[in-house]
Design a protein around this ligand. Structure first.
Ligand SMILES: [Zn+2]
Length: 279
């Protein structure tokens, strides 16, 4: 398992900064942001005119208002030149990606000459895109609510049609994700990317936290059906209906007591194993 810190060391050694290496962790952070604030980031990959390279570092997400402004710009460009495509170099950047850029910038400014502290970039707000072929698209973007700061960073366009605190939400998403998988080493979920949070980020697996399947009261589906069948087979009969109901939970508790497990009625990896269920 490679940690974020190890990946950063390798990037500095190899002189190649590739934030796509944390794409697994990034996907979990984006999903968590959309859990904390429903629908805050929307995918724009399928907008007509978007040319996606599919590169691992690319998260083609914006806030809804910015996505609609992008749709309008693409539409007006295509109306003039039907074959025109927009090539995106960078769009939404997760706090994990910004952490990499900032760490490298601190350690080796020759490699990354400038990077914002995590929680402060408008790429982290879902309000910015870097457009590879910016010259052709600039007039259409400017006519549709996008802003351009000039030649120092010519690929960069940003939009103000949305909330400007989404980068803070991204930090909270990371902090709450960390706490879920590291309940004995909790950090304060305050949206502030301080030294403590940065140190936790360094220790994260680049592929994201391993998902632990736990089935509990209120769940339903095919795995619950199998749990019920296996419980019945080993002497704890329950209705096999695919619903993790009270009766199922009571049977799980009895099974766990018999096996000497913590009898909480939740079916985690150990209970699954002792029931003989492989997922
Ligand atoms: Zn940019």
């Amino acid at each position: 398992m490679t940690t974020v810190k190890e990946a950063i060391e390798a990037m500095i050694r190899e002189r190649n900064v590739e934030t796509g290496r944390v794409s697994g962790l990034s996907r979990q952070i984006i999903a968590q942001m959309n859990t904390l604030q429903t629908g805050i980031l929307v995918n724009f990959e399928n907008l007509p005119g978007i040319n996606s390279s599919g590169a691992a570092h690319l998260n083609l997400y914006l806030q809804t208002g910015a996505k609609e402004a992008l749709r309008a710009a693409l539409r007006s460009g295509i109306a003039q030149q039907p074959s025109l495509k927009m090539t995106i170099n960078s769009a939404f950047r997760t706090v994990a990606q910004q952490h990499i850029l900032y760490r490298v910038y601190q350690r080796d400014p020759k490699l990354i000459p400038l990077a914002a502290k995590p929680g402060n970039s408008n790429h982290e707000d879902g309000l910015a895109i870097d457009v590879n072929n910016y010259n052709v698209w600039k007039p259409y973007l400017l006519a549709n609510g996008w802003q351009w700061l000039g030649g120092n960073d010519p690929v960069h366009f940003f939009n103000t049609n949305g909330r400007d605190d989404v980068s803070t939400l991204g930090v909270k998403a990371f902090q709450s994700l960390w706490n879920r998988y590291n309940p004995t080493e909790r950090v304060t979920v305050d949206g502030n990317f301080g030294d403590q949070t940065a140190a936790k980020m360094d220790r994260c697996p680049i592929g994201g936290f391993a998902v632990v399947n736990v089935f509990r009261l209120g769940d339903n589906g095919a795995v619950v059906t199998r749990i019920q069948q296996h419980l019945s087979n080993v002497g704890f009969p329950v209705a096999v209906n695919g619903l993790f109901d009270r009766q199922t939970k009571d049977a799980v508790i009895k099974f766990q007591l018999k096996q000497g497990l913590a009898a909480d009625g939740d079916v985690g990896p150990m209970t699954l194993k002792l029931l003989g269920i492989k997922l």
